[in-house]
Ligand binder design. Structure first.
Ligand code: EPU
Length: 333
Protein backbone atom coordinates (compact mmCIF):
# COMPACT_ATOMS: atom_id res chain seq x y z
CA UNK A 1 0.00 0.00 0.00
CA UNK A 2 1.47 3.44 -0.93
CA UNK A 3 2.14 5.84 1.94
CA UNK A 4 1.07 9.39 2.79
CA UNK A 5 3.52 11.83 1.22
CA UNK A 6 3.78 15.46 0.11
CA UNK A 7 2.55 15.74 -3.46
CA UNK A 8 2.54 18.50 -6.05
CA UNK A 9 -1.12 18.79 -7.05
CA UNK A 10 -0.58 21.32 -9.86
CA UNK A 11 -0.91 18.62 -12.51
CA UNK A 12 -3.86 17.12 -10.63
CA UNK A 13 -6.25 20.07 -11.15
CA UNK A 14 -7.45 21.24 -14.55
CA UNK A 15 -7.06 24.93 -13.64
CA UNK A 16 -3.34 24.07 -13.18
CA UNK A 17 -3.26 26.05 -9.93
CA UNK A 18 -0.11 25.59 -7.89
CA UNK A 19 -0.94 23.45 -4.88
CA UNK A 20 1.31 21.54 -2.50
CA UNK A 21 -0.54 18.73 -0.77
CA UNK A 22 1.11 17.98 2.56
CA UNK A 23 -0.49 14.57 3.14
CA UNK A 24 -1.53 12.83 -0.03
CA UNK A 25 -2.33 9.16 -0.51
CA UNK A 26 -2.72 7.68 -3.96
CA UNK A 27 -4.51 4.34 -4.30
CA UNK A 28 -5.20 2.20 -7.34
CA UNK A 29 -8.34 0.40 -6.28
CA UNK A 30 -11.60 0.88 -4.42
CA UNK A 31 -10.61 -1.77 -1.86
CA UNK A 32 -7.34 0.04 -1.12
CA UNK A 33 -9.32 3.27 -0.71
CA UNK A 34 -11.58 1.63 1.88
CA UNK A 35 -8.58 0.20 3.77
CA UNK A 36 -6.93 3.61 3.87
CA UNK A 37 -10.10 5.40 4.97
CA UNK A 38 -10.82 2.88 7.71
CA UNK A 39 -7.25 3.25 8.94
CA UNK A 40 -7.35 7.05 8.97
CA UNK A 41 -10.36 7.11 11.22
CA UNK A 42 -13.26 9.47 11.70
CA UNK A 43 -11.28 12.67 12.22
CA UNK A 44 -9.23 12.54 9.04
CA UNK A 45 -11.96 13.07 6.46
CA UNK A 46 -9.95 13.68 3.30
CA UNK A 47 -10.46 15.79 0.26
CA UNK A 48 -10.88 13.27 -2.57
CA UNK A 49 -9.42 14.32 -5.91
CA UNK A 50 -10.26 12.60 -9.17
CA UNK A 51 -8.82 14.57 -12.07
CA UNK A 52 -9.41 17.87 -10.25
CA UNK A 53 -11.67 19.22 -12.98
CA UNK A 54 -14.08 20.96 -10.64
CA UNK A 55 -11.75 22.22 -7.92
CA UNK A 56 -10.16 25.55 -7.08
CA UNK A 57 -7.18 24.55 -4.94
CA UNK A 58 -5.16 26.73 -2.53
CA UNK A 59 -1.37 26.95 -2.67
CA UNK A 60 -0.94 24.83 0.42
CA UNK A 61 -3.26 21.99 1.37
CA UNK A 62 -2.59 20.68 4.88
CA UNK A 63 -5.59 18.38 5.14
CA UNK A 64 -5.36 14.75 3.99
CA UNK A 65 -5.98 14.11 0.31
CA UNK A 66 -6.99 10.83 -1.27
CA UNK A 67 -6.51 10.21 -4.96
CA UNK A 68 -8.26 7.13 -6.38
CA UNK A 69 -6.83 6.11 -9.75
CA UNK A 70 -8.05 3.62 -12.34
CA UNK A 71 -10.43 0.74 -11.78
CA UNK A 72 -12.80 -1.20 -13.94
CA UNK A 73 -16.22 -1.12 -15.57
CA UNK A 74 -18.64 -4.04 -15.40
CA UNK A 75 -21.56 -4.60 -17.75
CA UNK A 76 -24.33 -6.79 -16.30
CA UNK A 77 -26.37 -7.78 -19.32
CA UNK A 78 -29.26 -10.22 -19.58
CA UNK A 79 -31.94 -7.68 -18.66
CA UNK A 80 -33.65 -7.48 -22.04
CA UNK A 81 -32.89 -4.17 -23.72
CA UNK A 82 -31.16 -2.75 -20.68
CA UNK A 83 -27.91 -3.21 -18.88
CA UNK A 84 -26.58 -2.27 -15.47
CA UNK A 85 -23.15 -0.69 -15.74
CA UNK A 86 -21.04 -0.44 -12.61
CA UNK A 87 -17.92 1.73 -12.77
CA UNK A 88 -15.20 2.29 -10.17
CA UNK A 89 -14.62 5.84 -8.92
CA UNK A 90 -11.16 6.18 -10.48
CA UNK A 91 -12.28 5.42 -14.04
CA UNK A 92 -12.01 8.43 -16.36
CA UNK A 93 -15.56 9.60 -17.07
CA UNK A 94 -15.23 9.90 -20.83
CA UNK A 95 -13.63 6.46 -21.07
CA UNK A 96 -16.78 5.06 -19.46
CA UNK A 97 -18.99 6.99 -21.90
CA UNK A 98 -16.88 5.78 -24.84
CA UNK A 99 -17.21 2.15 -23.72
CA UNK A 100 -20.98 2.41 -23.27
CA UNK A 101 -21.52 4.18 -26.59
CA UNK A 102 -19.15 1.74 -28.32
CA UNK A 103 -21.36 -1.14 -27.18
CA UNK A 104 -24.50 0.67 -28.37
CA UNK A 105 -25.89 1.45 -24.90
CA UNK A 106 -27.89 4.69 -24.75
CA UNK A 107 -28.08 7.16 -21.85
CA UNK A 108 -24.66 8.74 -21.36
CA UNK A 109 -23.90 9.97 -24.90
CA UNK A 110 -24.90 13.61 -24.24
CA UNK A 111 -22.40 13.60 -21.36
CA UNK A 112 -19.48 12.85 -23.68
CA UNK A 113 -16.14 14.56 -23.11
CA UNK A 114 -16.99 15.99 -19.70
CA UNK A 115 -13.64 16.08 -17.90
CA UNK A 116 -13.19 14.20 -14.63
CA UNK A 117 -13.64 10.78 -13.09
CA UNK A 118 -16.66 8.57 -12.43
CA UNK A 119 -16.27 9.26 -8.70
CA UNK A 120 -16.57 13.00 -9.19
CA UNK A 121 -19.55 12.81 -11.52
CA UNK A 122 -22.31 12.39 -8.89
CA UNK A 123 -20.89 15.12 -6.65
CA UNK A 124 -22.12 17.87 -8.94
CA UNK A 125 -24.60 15.72 -10.87
CA UNK A 126 -22.81 16.48 -14.13
CA UNK A 127 -25.03 17.60 -16.95
CA UNK A 128 -24.92 18.73 -20.55
CA UNK A 129 -27.18 19.08 -23.59
CA UNK A 130 -30.40 18.28 -21.76
CA UNK A 131 -29.16 15.23 -19.83
CA UNK A 132 -27.99 14.90 -16.23
CA UNK A 133 -26.16 12.06 -14.55
CA UNK A 134 -29.17 11.44 -12.31
CA UNK A 135 -31.29 10.46 -15.34
CA UNK A 136 -29.55 7.08 -15.63
CA UNK A 137 -27.95 6.62 -12.21
CA UNK A 138 -29.23 3.70 -10.11
CA UNK A 139 -27.02 3.85 -7.03
CA UNK A 140 -23.72 5.09 -5.63
CA UNK A 141 -21.56 2.91 -3.37
CA UNK A 142 -19.79 5.08 -0.82
CA UNK A 143 -17.62 5.01 2.26
CA UNK A 144 -19.63 6.91 4.88
CA UNK A 145 -17.60 8.64 7.61
CA UNK A 146 -20.64 8.76 9.91
CA UNK A 147 -20.80 4.98 10.16
CA UNK A 148 -17.17 4.41 9.14
CA UNK A 149 -18.38 1.79 6.69
CA UNK A 150 -19.33 1.10 3.10
CA UNK A 151 -22.95 1.64 2.12
CA UNK A 152 -25.15 1.98 -0.90
CA UNK A 153 -27.12 5.16 -1.63
CA UNK A 154 -29.97 4.66 -4.07
CA UNK A 155 -30.49 7.53 -6.53
CA UNK A 156 -33.19 9.16 -4.43
CA UNK A 157 -30.99 9.24 -1.34
CA UNK A 158 -28.36 11.17 -3.32
CA UNK A 159 -30.70 14.23 -3.41
CA UNK A 160 -29.69 15.19 -6.90
CA UNK A 161 -30.52 18.62 -8.20
CA UNK A 162 -29.05 20.95 -10.82
CA UNK A 163 -25.25 20.70 -10.24
CA UNK A 164 -25.99 19.56 -6.70
CA UNK A 165 -26.20 16.41 -4.55
CA UNK A 166 -25.88 15.15 -0.99
CA UNK A 167 -22.15 14.78 -1.71
CA UNK A 168 -21.86 18.52 -2.31
CA UNK A 169 -24.22 19.47 0.54
CA UNK A 170 -22.52 17.28 3.13
CA UNK A 171 -18.89 17.75 2.12
CA UNK A 172 -16.35 15.28 3.50
CA UNK A 173 -19.01 12.86 4.72
CA UNK A 174 -18.90 10.42 1.81
CA UNK A 175 -16.24 9.04 -0.47
CA UNK A 176 -17.70 7.76 -3.73
CA UNK A 177 -16.40 4.26 -4.51
CA UNK A 178 -18.56 3.00 -7.38
CA UNK A 179 -21.43 4.30 -9.48
CA UNK A 180 -24.09 2.17 -11.19
CA UNK A 181 -26.15 3.18 -14.22
CA UNK A 182 -29.08 1.69 -16.10
CA UNK A 183 -28.61 2.07 -19.83
CA UNK A 184 -30.77 0.86 -22.68
CA UNK A 185 -30.38 -0.23 -26.30
CA UNK A 186 -33.61 1.43 -27.48
CA UNK A 187 -34.30 4.38 -25.17
CA UNK A 188 -35.31 7.62 -26.95
CA UNK A 189 -32.47 10.09 -27.45
CA UNK A 190 -32.46 13.57 -25.89
CA UNK A 191 -31.98 15.96 -28.81
CA UNK A 192 -33.77 19.15 -27.69
CA UNK A 193 -30.54 21.21 -27.33
CA UNK A 194 -30.18 23.65 -30.25
CA UNK A 195 -27.18 22.12 -31.96
CA UNK A 196 -28.42 18.53 -31.56
CA UNK A 197 -31.97 19.20 -32.80
CA UNK A 198 -31.27 18.46 -36.46
CA UNK A 199 -30.29 14.89 -35.51
CA UNK A 200 -33.88 14.20 -34.44
CA UNK A 201 -35.02 14.34 -38.06
CA UNK A 202 -32.16 12.23 -39.40
CA UNK A 203 -33.22 8.67 -40.22
CA UNK A 204 -31.45 5.98 -38.18
CA UNK A 205 -29.49 8.34 -35.97
CA UNK A 206 -27.08 6.34 -33.82
CA UNK A 207 -25.76 6.76 -30.31
CA UNK A 208 -22.27 7.01 -31.85
CA UNK A 209 -23.38 9.91 -34.09
CA UNK A 210 -24.73 11.77 -31.07
CA UNK A 211 -21.52 11.29 -29.14
CA UNK A 212 -19.55 12.59 -32.15
CA UNK A 213 -21.77 15.68 -32.41
CA UNK A 214 -21.59 16.40 -28.67
CA UNK A 215 -17.80 16.15 -28.83
CA UNK A 216 -17.63 18.58 -31.73
CA UNK A 217 -19.99 21.09 -30.03
CA UNK A 218 -17.96 20.92 -26.81
CA UNK A 219 -14.67 21.30 -28.68
CA UNK A 220 -16.01 24.34 -30.53
CA UNK A 221 -17.20 26.14 -27.37
CA UNK A 222 -15.21 24.92 -24.42
CA UNK A 223 -11.45 25.14 -24.00
CA UNK A 224 -9.54 21.86 -23.61
CA UNK A 225 -8.06 22.03 -20.09
CA UNK A 226 -4.87 20.38 -21.39
CA UNK A 227 -4.25 23.49 -23.55
CA UNK A 228 -6.07 26.26 -21.65
CA UNK A 229 -6.41 25.40 -17.94
CA UNK A 230 -10.02 25.80 -16.75
CA UNK A 231 -12.69 24.18 -14.58
CA UNK A 232 -15.60 24.28 -17.04
CA UNK A 233 -18.53 26.54 -16.17
CA UNK A 234 -17.39 28.66 -13.24
CA UNK A 235 -20.91 29.77 -12.25
CA UNK A 236 -24.24 27.99 -12.15
CA UNK A 237 -27.04 29.27 -14.34
CA UNK A 238 -29.05 31.34 -11.84
CA UNK A 239 -32.72 30.67 -11.16
CA UNK A 240 -34.99 33.70 -10.56
CA UNK A 241 -38.69 34.22 -9.87
CA UNK A 242 -41.14 34.67 -12.74
CA UNK A 243 -41.63 38.33 -11.71
CA UNK A 244 -37.94 39.10 -11.72
CA UNK A 245 -37.55 37.31 -15.07
CA UNK A 246 -40.36 39.44 -16.54
CA UNK A 247 -38.82 42.67 -15.26
CA UNK A 248 -35.45 41.63 -16.71
CA UNK A 249 -37.01 40.64 -20.05
CA UNK A 250 -38.64 44.08 -20.27
CA UNK A 251 -35.33 45.83 -19.71
CA UNK A 252 -33.24 43.37 -21.76
CA UNK A 253 -35.48 41.87 -24.47
CA UNK A 254 -32.63 39.70 -25.81
CA UNK A 255 -31.96 38.03 -22.46
CA UNK A 256 -31.79 34.22 -22.68
CA UNK A 257 -34.39 32.69 -20.31
CA UNK A 258 -35.53 29.10 -19.78
CA UNK A 259 -38.88 28.70 -17.96
CA UNK A 260 -38.78 25.82 -15.44
CA UNK A 261 -41.68 23.52 -14.59
CA UNK A 262 -42.01 25.02 -11.09
CA UNK A 263 -42.76 28.51 -12.49
CA UNK A 264 -39.28 29.89 -11.84
CA UNK A 265 -36.99 30.90 -14.68
CA UNK A 266 -33.38 29.87 -15.33
CA UNK A 267 -31.09 32.50 -16.84
CA UNK A 268 -27.94 31.83 -18.88
CA UNK A 269 -25.03 32.99 -16.72
CA UNK A 270 -22.83 32.91 -19.85
CA UNK A 271 -25.14 35.43 -21.54
CA UNK A 272 -25.20 37.74 -18.50
CA UNK A 273 -21.40 37.71 -18.19
CA UNK A 274 -20.91 38.09 -21.93
CA UNK A 275 -23.31 41.06 -22.12
CA UNK A 276 -21.56 42.62 -19.16
CA UNK A 277 -18.51 42.80 -21.42
CA UNK A 278 -16.33 40.10 -19.87
CA UNK A 279 -15.88 37.67 -22.75
CA UNK A 280 -12.20 37.43 -23.70
CA UNK A 281 -11.19 39.61 -20.71
CA UNK A 282 -7.59 39.11 -19.59
CA UNK A 283 -6.46 40.11 -16.12
CA UNK A 284 -2.79 39.54 -15.37
CA UNK A 285 -2.95 35.81 -14.76
CA UNK A 286 -6.61 34.87 -15.04
CA UNK A 287 -9.06 35.42 -17.87
CA UNK A 288 -12.50 34.77 -19.32
CA UNK A 289 -12.61 32.42 -22.28
CA UNK A 290 -13.20 34.13 -25.61
CA UNK A 291 -15.85 31.63 -26.81
CA UNK A 292 -17.72 30.94 -23.56
CA UNK A 293 -17.99 33.69 -20.94
CA UNK A 294 -18.90 31.16 -18.26
CA UNK A 295 -15.39 29.69 -18.27
CA UNK A 296 -12.57 31.26 -16.24
CA UNK A 297 -9.08 30.35 -17.38
CA UNK A 298 -5.57 30.34 -15.94
CA UNK A 299 -3.55 32.47 -18.35
CA UNK A 300 -0.29 31.29 -16.76
CA UNK A 301 0.90 31.40 -13.17
CA UNK A 302 -2.52 32.10 -11.65
CA UNK A 303 -3.16 31.07 -8.05
CA UNK A 304 -6.44 30.42 -6.28
CA UNK A 305 -6.62 34.09 -5.27
CA UNK A 306 -6.24 35.34 -8.87
CA UNK A 307 -9.13 33.14 -9.94
CA UNK A 308 -11.33 34.13 -6.99
CA UNK A 309 -10.57 37.83 -7.45
CA UNK A 310 -11.67 37.68 -11.08
CA UNK A 311 -14.74 35.61 -10.12
CA UNK A 312 -15.65 38.24 -7.55
CA UNK A 313 -15.33 41.07 -10.11
CA UNK A 314 -17.60 39.15 -12.50
CA UNK A 315 -20.09 38.42 -9.70
CA UNK A 316 -20.20 42.10 -8.70
CA UNK A 317 -20.64 43.42 -12.22
CA UNK A 318 -23.51 41.00 -12.98
CA UNK A 319 -25.13 41.96 -9.67
CA UNK A 320 -24.79 45.69 -10.43
CA UNK A 321 -26.13 45.35 -13.97
CA UNK A 322 -28.95 42.84 -13.55
CA UNK A 323 -29.49 42.48 -9.80
CA UNK A 324 -28.80 38.75 -10.21
CA UNK A 325 -26.49 36.87 -7.84
CA UNK A 326 -24.24 34.29 -9.45
CA UNK A 327 -23.22 31.20 -7.53
CA UNK A 328 -19.80 29.65 -8.04
CA UNK A 329 -20.08 26.13 -9.44
CA UNK A 330 -16.73 24.39 -8.72
CA UNK A 331 -15.67 23.49 -5.21
CA UNK A 332 -13.44 26.11 -3.58
CA UNK A 333 -11.08 24.31 -1.21
N1 EPU B 1 -24.14 32.54 -24.12
C1 EPU B 1 -23.71 33.78 -24.50
N2 EPU B 1 -22.39 34.08 -24.33
C2 EPU B 1 -21.50 33.20 -23.82
C3 EPU B 1 -21.95 31.92 -23.42
C4 EPU B 1 -23.28 31.61 -23.59
O1 EPU B 1 -24.48 34.61 -24.96
O2 EPU B 1 -20.32 33.55 -23.70
C5 EPU B 1 -25.54 32.18 -24.35
C6 EPU B 1 -25.66 31.15 -25.48
O3 EPU B 1 -25.76 31.77 -26.73
C7 EPU B 1 -26.91 30.42 -25.11
C8 EPU B 1 -26.91 30.45 -23.59
O4 EPU B 1 -26.05 31.52 -23.21
O5 EPU B 1 -28.04 31.12 -25.58
C9 EPU B 1 -26.46 29.15 -22.98
O6 EPU B 1 -25.14 28.83 -23.44
P1 EPU B 1 -24.66 27.31 -23.65
O7 EPU B 1 -25.65 26.55 -24.44
O8 EPU B 1 -23.26 27.36 -24.12
O9 EPU B 1 -24.73 26.64 -22.23
P2 EPU B 1 -24.40 27.22 -20.79
O10 EPU B 1 -25.68 27.49 -20.07
O11 EPU B 1 -23.43 28.33 -20.88
C10 EPU B 1 -24.52 24.88 -19.65
C11 EPU B 1 -23.69 24.10 -18.67
C12 EPU B 1 -22.52 23.45 -19.39
C13 EPU B 1 -23.06 22.53 -20.47
C14 EPU B 1 -23.94 23.38 -21.43
C15 EPU B 1 -24.64 22.53 -22.46
C16 EPU B 1 -23.98 25.16 -16.53
C17 EPU B 1 -23.40 26.02 -15.46
N3 EPU B 1 -23.23 24.97 -17.61
O12 EPU B 1 -23.70 25.94 -20.13
O13 EPU B 1 -21.82 22.66 -18.44
O14 EPU B 1 -22.02 21.93 -21.19
O15 EPU B 1 -24.97 24.05 -20.69
O16 EPU B 1 -25.65 21.80 -21.85
O17 EPU B 1 -25.09 24.67 -16.36
C18 EPU B 1 -20.05 22.66 -16.87
O18 EPU B 1 -20.88 22.42 -16.00
O19 EPU B 1 -18.83 22.78 -16.58
C19 EPU B 1 -20.48 22.84 -18.25
C20 EPU B 1 -19.63 23.16 -19.23
Amino acid sequence: MPTLTPFDLCSRNTLALPCQGAKVQVVDSVDDAVNVLSGWGELARPLVIGLGSNLVLPELLEEPVLIIRGGSVQFMEGQGDSVTVVADAGVVWDELVAQCVGAGWRGLENLSLIPGTVGAAPVQNIGAYGVELKDSLIYVDVFDFESMSRRRLEAQACKFDYRDSIFKREPRRFVVLRVAFRLNKNAPFTLAYGELKYLASEPDVTVQAIRAKVISVRQAKLPDPACIPNAGSFFKNPVVSKDQALRLANRFPEMVQYPLTDGQVKLAAGWLIDQAGWKGHRASRAGIHERQALVLTNLGGATQSDILELANDVYQSVLDLYGVELEIEPVIV
